[in-house]
Design a protein around this ligand. Structure first.
Ligand SMILES: [Zn+2]
Length: 357
């Protein structure tokens, strides 16, 4: 008899505390696309799929978050919304209108100005419950990492808000705390090193958008291989990073791999490229695999321009399973609400269906 090992699910209902009303998108004020509905739909789909153990996170405190994020940034984030209100800001959410770009380096004290110092765009609207939601989202990722370190083959962290656009001291792209980076660091810090060498992790980012925050966090390190398959930043967010020439710096040279792709790429072409990326991952011989799982690569996604069908997600899951690594999936993007649950369950189903020979 073949026993199918189901992916363990971690989630927190407090993600719903983060519910900004609006965002600017292509010049228009529209409903906030990174909505609580997203995570609710995925959780419902996972429950309907059945067989998954669904767990709530426990609190592992600040230490694993401080291992990745700048302390001054965390202090600012914690008080950003009340400080914004005290400075006369709107209850619809704190959002920057002036940014500390290029030559502008001064760290201001005014609450409204600090937003533009710690944000790379205007999508990270901070409301009353945003900090709690982001903190708990990071705890979801940490608990899923802990499950792996305790022997589980795989886990899915249903994080919201997402994380891969967040730098050590910058929020952006709907992201505040870099859940995948926090989880990868946690795995490295809580592993027993093998006699053959140091503990190494891979973060494979398959979200439609380049994981600029994750790249920057590990850019000068050789113990975390960052592989990102994404839309060419010449035409898509985050525009200012994600080119193939970005390969790491110092000790990290060669430990960043960017694979920018053209618009309308189809299932076959995408999966061929994914398999090539998986070969690079195998060659690195990691102890852990963290997958930044965005499904805004779907053909109907309002934020994407790829042409992947639902069938691709089952095959993506299968390709990842073939790596035969302890694997942590961390939820990132995906905005085609009607198909979001099915696309995520297809990845996990494809992963579970692979039987190692
Ligand atoms: Zn994305």
């Amino acid at each position: 008899m073949i026993i199918v090992r189901r992916v363990i699910i971690y989630h927190s209902s407090t993600h719903q505390l983060h519910a900004p009303v609006h965002e600017f998108f292509e010049g228009a004020l529209i409903p906030y696309q990174e909505s609580p509905t997203r995570a609710n739909i995925v959780l419902t789909a996972l429950r309907e799929a059945g067989g998954h153990e669904i767990r709530l996170p426990t609190d592992h405190g600040w230490e694993p978050i401080r291992a990745i994020h700048d302390s001054a940034y965390l202090d600012w984030f914690k008080s950003a919304y009340p400080a914004w209100l005290a400075a006369g800001g709107s209850t619809s959410g704190a959002v920057a209108d002036t940014f500390a770009v290029r030559q502008l380096k001064r760290r201001p004290n005014h609450p409204k100005a600090a937003l533009g110092y710690y944000a790379l765009d205007a999508t990270t609207v901070i409301t009353d419950g945003t900090f709690q939601a982001a903190y708990d989202s990071a705890q979801v990722a940490i608990c899923a990492a802990e499950a792996l370190s305790q022997g589980s083959r795989s886990a899915f962290a249903l994080c919201r808000p997402p994380g891969h656009h967040a730098h050590a001291d910058l929020c952006g792209g709907y992201c505040f705390l870099n859940n995948a980076a926090i989880a990868a660091q946690w795995l490295i810090d809580h592993s027993t090193a093998e006699p053959s060498g140091p503990v190494r992790a891979v973060i494979l980012d398959v979200d439609f958008h380049h994981g600029n925050g994750t790249q920057d966090i590990f850019y000068r390190r050789s113990d975390v291989l960052f592989v990102s398959i994404h839309a060419d930043p010449d035409r898509q967010y985050p525009y200012f990073s994600g080119g193939a020439a970005e390969v790491g710096e110092g000790e990290g040279v060669g430990a960043t791999i960017n694979i920018p792709l053209p618009a309308r790429i189809n299932d076959h072409a995408y999966l061929t490229i994914l398999d090539q990326a998986c070969d690079r991952i195998s060659d690195y011989r990691p102890n852990w695999l963290v997958v930044s799982l965005g499904v805004d690569t779907f053909e109907g996604d309002p934020l994407g321009d790829f042409a992947l069908t639902n069938e691709a997600y089952t095959l993506i899951g299968r390709s990842l399973a073939e790596l035969n690594l302890s694997t942590l999936f961390v939820m990132e993007g995906g905005y085609a609400i009607a198909q979001l649950g099915q696309n995520i369950t297809s990845v996990l189903g494809g992963f579970e269906s692979f039987k190692a020979t």
